[in-house]
Design a binder for this molecule. Structure first.
Ligand code: ZN
Ligand code: ZN
Length: 355
């Protein structure tokens, strides 16, 4: 049994579950090491199964030595057999991930088996997701590679942006550069939002030509070894005007304050307030509509939550973004985003791209 499965097994007994059926792809990978695109895990404290189809059984065998690899065939016989063999009764499933159709199919199949008359499916949320909020050494090393790829791309491409280039052209240059610096892929669709487009926090790059003097919000990420980076910088071609200086300095001050003062024991909501209060005091509280940040790892958005209603407590070992912004309709936006890891004494910034 690997360390992560041992932690999960402890969670199962706390929740009075005999087993967990894992369908979420990131959770599957996190627990088993298996990187294929299809499969399920059934984890009990005694036995761990990895079900996958014929494309992946060989790969699964080498990537997941702690799991019994079972080849999936049409129907659900592979699952029913494992349930019978292990005799588990209270089987949790991931209700954030499993579709209603899949749940119904599984439940019907179990009810059709006399031998599984005592077996029930129990909705769970967040068990493995909560373990994933804490990053071990190996994960931090992968994350740093992804972060370095986007940092280096940002630093290489920004000085080459000229008036007249389109948002799409800049997005493509960034994506190509991230690949050049080691990304396996991008971790989400790159955002390049110039001028008034920047007032929309998640604008898609368009054919709009960038103009000198307007703010350009660039939000992008690389994926390396499954781990995602997420980086935002706001830049200007030519000379920024006074308005830009003012808004940029408020956002930067709000961001640095949160990075420098967040401590273990604060909730996500309290961390969010470290930046939000500064932006509100400056008169732009209504122009910062999204959460301050989010956890990042195998998924680009994961635990912990860092926002106005996030009750989760931030603890050492957690990795999350800090990304305040101000968005002014008709003018544009400024957002600055870095990834930090929380230690006993405070944060360490993992992103190093210039601001
Ligand atoms: Zn981002
Ligand atoms: Zn983000």
């Amino acid at each position: 049994m690997n360390e992560r499965v041992a932690q999960l097994a402890a969670q199962l007994s706390e929740r009075e579950l005999d087993a967990l059926l894992v369908s979420n792809p990131e959770n599957r990978r996190y627990l088993s090491g298996f990187t294929g695109s299809a499969g399920y895990l059934l984890v009990t404290p005694q036995r761990q199964f990895l079900f996958t189809d014929s494309r992946y059984t060989e790969q699964a065998g080498s990537q997941s030595p702690h799991f019994e690899v079972v080849r999936m065939k049409a129907g659900l016989g592979w699952l029913l057999d494992a349930l019978k063999e292990t005799g588990v009764r209270r089987v949790g499933f991931e209700s954030d991930n499993m579709t209603v159709a899949s749940y119904n199919r599984t439940l019907d199949a179990i009810r059709d088996e006399e031998e599984l008359g005592e077996t029930s499916l129990i909705a769970t949320t967040g068990i493995t997701d909560e373990l994933r909020a804490f990053k071990d050494k190996e994960e931090l090393a992968q994350l740093q590679k992804a972060i370095d790829a986007s940092d280096r791309a940002m630093e290489q491409v920004c000085p080459t942006i000229e008036a007249g280039m389109t948002e799409k052209e800049v997005a493509w240059k960034m994506e190509a550069a991230m690949r050049q610096f080691g990304a396996d892929s991008i971790s989400f669709n790159t955002i390049v939002a110039a001028g008034p487009n920047g007032a929309m926090a998640h604008h898609r790059p368009s054919d709009r030509a960038i103009q000198a003097g307007e703010p350009i919000v660039i939000d992008m990420g690389a994926r390396v070894g499954g781990y995602c980076s997420d980086l935002t910088r706001t830049v200007v071609v030519g000379e920024p005007d006074e308005m830009f200086h003012r808004i940029y300095n408020i956002v930067l001050g709000a961001q640095l304050t949160a990075i420098n003062t967040v401590r273990p024991g604060l909730t996500g909501e309290e961390c969010d307030a470290l930046s939000r209060d500064i932006i509100a005091e400056a008169g732009y509280g209504d122009n910062f509509g999204h959460s301050l940040g989010h956890g990042v790892g195998l998924a680009v958005h994961e635990n912990p939550r860092v926002g106005p209603r996030a009750e989760n407590v931030l603890e050492p070992g957690m990795v999350f973004t800090i990304e305040p912004g101000i968005y002014l309709p008709g003018w544009g936006g400024v957002r600055i985003e870095d990834i930090v890891v929380l230690g006993e004494e405070g944060t360490k910034a993992l992103s190093k791209a210039g601001k």
